[in-house]
Every structure is written in C-alpha cells, then in structure tokens.
Write a protein that binds this ligand. Structure first.
Ligand code: LYS
Ligand code: ZN
Length: 440
C-alpha cells in the first residue's frame, strides 16, 4: 500500500468511528501543544462551590460529595482553606484521611500564616492565589507586584519543602497587566511549581483572549497550566475548551457550576464539550453514567433544581420534538444528536403530543400501542392529531385516544358484524408510559 493510500484509509477509518474527526473545523491533531485529548479536572465544588450563595455543607455531606467526585473520576478535589474556619480545617483533615484516588488540595491566600496551617492538614497539594489586577491590588490586599513576588517565593519554597504539590495562581488575571503576569509566572516557574493558574475571576474573558494568554504563558513557563473561569458572561465552558486547545492542562470545575455569583465551569457541561472532541479519552477516564447522581446529590445539598436546559441532564436534553427531527432521529439518531444519551446512562425521547409532530413519530407511537395501521392511515390520524394540537396543548392520552378511536373506526365492520375471538379481547394498555414522550 502506498503512503498516499495509507493516509486515505486512515482518514476513512477515523471518520467512520468518529464523524467529528472528519470535520475540518474539529480539533487539529497536528497541534502538539493542545491538551484537548489529555486534560485533567480539578473539582472545586467543596471550595469554590462553598462560595455559592445557597451552599452549606455539613461534614457528612462534604464526605459524601468527595466520595462521589472520586468515584466519577476527577483528578483533584479542592477544599476550602483550613484557615476559613475551625470546622473547615477539621473537614479538610477528615477528607484527606478517606484514602481517595483523587488528590486532595486546599486553596489558600499567598501568605505564610495560611501555608503553615495548610501543610499540616494532610493534603496532597496547596493551591496558592493572589490578586494581581490593579483593582485587587488597590482595593483588596493593597500590595504591589514586588511584595507579591516576595511572598510567593517564600510560600512556594515552604510548601515545596514539605514534599507536597504547589500551584501558584494570579487572581483576576484577565484584568492584570501582561508584563506583571509574565514576570511573576517566570519567577514561580523557575522556583519549580507544579502548576501555574490563571483565573478569570470576574468572568470577563472571551475565548480569543484565553487562547492568546495561554499560548503566551506556554512560552515562558515549563510547568502545567491550570485555568479557572467564571461564567458571568456565559463563556466559561468555551473558555475552558479554548484554554485546553491552547495548551492548558487542568480545568477547575464544580458540579452544576456552582460558585461565587453565577459560578464557574460546570463539570457536566465540560464533559459534554469534551466527549465531542475526544470520546475515547472522556469515556475511559470518567464514569459518565454517574453524572446524574452526582448532580442530584449537589443540587439537593444546595437546594436548587437541575436547570431544564442543563447539558446532558436537563429534562429535555435528549427530547426531540419537530416532526422533521423525529423522522430523522428514528432513522438515525446522529442526524440531530452530537451526544449519545446512552453514554451518560440517559434515554432519548420523541415528543409526539404536539402540533409540530409528523407521521413518522405517530407511526412509532402506533407501533408502541401494538396497533396496526398502514402508512396512509397513520398520515390521516396524524392530520387529526395536528388539528387538535392547533386548538389546545396535547398530552399523551389525547394522542392515544385519537389513535385508538381512529383505529376502532376503520376496524369496525359496517355491515352485519361477525364477531371473532380477538374482537372480544380488550386492548391491554396497562404498561403505557406516563410521560408525554416515546422512549427510544
Ligand atoms: N475563586 C478565585 C480563585 C481562583 C483560583 C484559581 N484556581 C477566583 O476566581 O479568582
Ligand atoms: Zn473563582
């Protein structure tokens, strides 16, 4: 086989197994800096998530959440600073003793007082953060870049001396001076941190800015890059994906994206984004069917509902409605789905009780009811359903009644009836689904 033929075959094979790879707009496999196929998750539900307005986690609840995160497969679990409160310190120690697979981190200010407490808790690593934008330098901690560099060196060397991981992050990175950022990151990278972090603390960044900053940082540091994106302007997941494309390795996430204000990158939404880019990596690394339970656990703990439009677990995330969509989905789900619900232990539905429905969806319902109609008959009954749907909202019983009534009409002999055994037997509908949908 010639080299040309081999190349052709390779493209064909990958296109067959993963249609996105044949997409000219998809990830560029020759981009060796990209970490799209090699990313890690730092879950911060028990740190950033504790800053969500509704959050209160008892020790037991924190342990339950930490175990569920570990079971899902996150790489790191980040906990509230042990100096935030006495119980926070005890909880941190308790979680460190659980013996989870995920590494345990705690998140502290760039100060020796905090660092001394943090290293005694039993964590695998310490995440240090300090504000670098002029807003935070002036109105938060009041320190200049020289002071920041000095205290960063002191804290990093101290944590390293204890043999545990250290990450240094600026805060409000996207409103910080680029020269200041490059200087501080060069300094900490030379001392030998495990990771540097950038944080879009106010959620102002867009993907292009993220790409440029991460690419620039890649050329000045020789450690991993972690990114933290707030979602104030709805860009958190897109920014996270772009950061990975640019060469960042780790993304901070929270279950349901909970955090300060409207939160950060949601773990579920990021899974949806990443499984499209690299299905094999995502499916082998994370227990995706556990996502729904994980989200329900946290939603209950902080007393919120799962949003209707949540990626993957929103109640209509895999519900198809328009007749044109339903027809194509019934023929091949990939026509209108980029995510396969079964990868997440979910099911797909056709919503047929509405005026946008089409005869293919109704035919599938007729089959479910174990009735027999020709295509021409299904088309007639579909017209009846659509007419009723123009008058008022429909539910599944309305549609089933119309179908059964029509089926009854066309099967009722007009002349002298000759009863057969099967005519006497009522249709058994005892296992009808209650929802307004057909499960597929
Ligand atoms: N929540 C803070 C801390 C960021 C630390 C980065 N992991 C922020 O958004 O800036
Ligand atoms: Zn944050």
């Amino acid at each position: 086989m010639t080299a040309e033929n081999k190349a052709f075959q390779k493209v064909t094979e990958s296109t067959a197994t993963n249609p996105i790879q044949g997409n000219p707009y998809g990830p560029n496999p020759s981009d060796f800096l990209s970490n799209v196929a090699n990313f890690q998750l730092i879950d911060s539900t028990l740190r950033e998530g504790e800053q969500f307005a509704n959050s209160y986690f008892s020790t037991e609840k924190k342990i339950e959440i930490a175990k569920a995160l570990d079971d899902f497969g996150v790489d790191y679990i980040e906990l509230t600073s042990p100096v935030a409160s006495e119980q926070s310190r005890k909880d941190c120690e308790a979680i460190c003793k659980l013996g989870l697979k995920a590494k345990i981190l705690t998140h502290i200010r760039c100060h020796m007082d905090d660092a001394k407490v943090a290293v005694e808790t039993g964590v695998d690593g310490v995440d240090v953060v300090i504000g670098t934008s002029k807003f935070l330098r002036q109105y938060s901690h009041g320190k200049d870049m020289n002071y920041i560099a000095k205290s960063a060196i002191e804290v990093i060397e101290f944590v390293k001396s204890k043999g545990i991981e250290i990450r240094f992050s600026s805060e409000d990175s996207f409103r910080s001076d680029l020269v200041d950022l490059l200087n501080i990151y060069k300094t900490v990278s030379k001392i030998g941190v495990n990771r540097i972090g950038i944080a879009d603390t106010v959620g102002c960044a867009n993907p292009r800015q993220v790409y440029e900053l991460v690419r620039t940082l890649k050329s000045v540091v020789n450690c991993d890059i972690e990114c933290h994106f707030h979602n104030d302007t709805g860009c958190a997941i897109a920014n996270a994906y772009t950061a990975l494309e640019a060469g960042a390795k780790l993304i901070d996430v929270c279950v349901l994206g909970i955090g300060e204000r409207n939160g950060i990158v949601p773990i579920g939404g990021l899974m949806a984004r990443m499984i499209v880019a690299d299905p094999d990596y995502v499916k082998s690394k994370y227990k995706l069917p556990k996502l729904r339970d994980l989200e329900n656990l946290v939603a209950d703990a902080v007393e919120v509902n799962i949003p209707f439009n949540n990626p993957i677990t929103g109640f209509c995330a895999f519900t198809h409605k328009a007749g044109i969509h339903a027809k194509a989905i019934l023929a091949n789900p990939s026509t209108y789905e980029i995510l396969d619900p079964h990868d997440f232990g979910m099911k797909r539905y056709i919503h047929f009780a509405n005026r946008l429905t089409g005869w293919n969806a109704i035919k599938s319902r007729v089959d479910q009811l174990n009735l027999s109609l020709t295509d021409a008959e299904v088309k007639i009954v579909t017209t009846k359903i659509k007419k009723m749907g123009d008058i008022r909202p429909l539910n599944i019983d309305d549609v089933d009644s119309i179908i059964k009534e029509y089926h009854g009409e066309i099967n009722t002999p007009t002349l002298v009836p000759k009863m057969t055994k099967s005519d006497e037997e009522p249709l058994d509908l005892s296992d009808e689904p209650a929802a307004k949908k057909v499960k597929l």
